[in-house]
Design a protein. Structure first.
Length: 203
């Protein structure tokens, strides 16, 4: 299909045009659209080469670098980078079961055809394709916190949370911001800090 800015496209729509009109079109109109296309603002990621004319896309992409997950499930506490991911997740906690399994006739909140086996929490509607995630989630119900800080005694559900906590007792700050030089104890705190530089670059 011809471009709507091309001479051939115009002639097909309105009939043959004069040589003068053709010259005008080619020189002025096509040049106008070319310059307009070149002037579209492109937003760039401050961490890598990713770019997009849509600012929201860049903001979502930035979260893959920062690890930021601002949308939290009020039921189970699971965090998500995007609101639509949270909305999709919330169906797990809903009583609504619009999808029926074609094998066992069980009803589910999500269409899981062609996916791996799902494991469900015995205490609530939480499901996951990973059994280890369900076991970890179950600790929320039991109150068990198997990982304990050897310095202050604080207990945690996940080992990763304990490891993160242990850095508070350490004065070492191995993570440096390449923009302003500020040092941080944890990588996730550095990533959150980098958002400030990203937002400043947009303003």
């Amino acid at each position: 299909m011809k471009s709507p800015t091309s001479v051939a496209f115009v002639e097909r729509k309105v009939g043959r045009i004069s040589a003068a009109t053709r010259d005008y079109w080619e020189y002025y109109v096509e040049d106008y659209f070319r310059r307009k296309k070149e002037s579209i603002k492109v937003h760039k990621c401050s961490f890598c080469d990713y770019s997009s004319p849509i600012l929201t896309n860049v903001k979502h992409h930035i979260m893959t670098h920062t690890g930021e997950r601002p949308f939290s499930c009020p039921t189970c506490g699971q965090n998500f980078a995007r609101k639509d991911y949270l909305v999709s997740h919330m169906k797990v906690h809903s009583d609504e079961r619009p999808h029926r399994c074609h094998i066992c006739i069980n009803e589910t909140s999500k269409d899981v055809r062609g996916t791996a086996k799902f494991y469900q929490c015995s205490e609530c509607n939480f499901v996951s394709p990973w059994q280890s995630h369900v076991k970890r989630h179950l600790l929320i119900h039991t109150g068990e916190r198997p990982f304990s800080c050897s310095i202050c005694g604080q207990e945690f559900i996940q080992k990763a949370h304990l490891n993160s906590h242990m850095m508070r007792h350490d004065d070492n700050r191995p993570f440096k911001c390449h923009v302003c030089g500020k040092d941080f104890k944890r990588k996730d705190i550095l990533k959150t800090h980098m958002i400030v530089h990203f937002q400043n670059s947009l303003s």
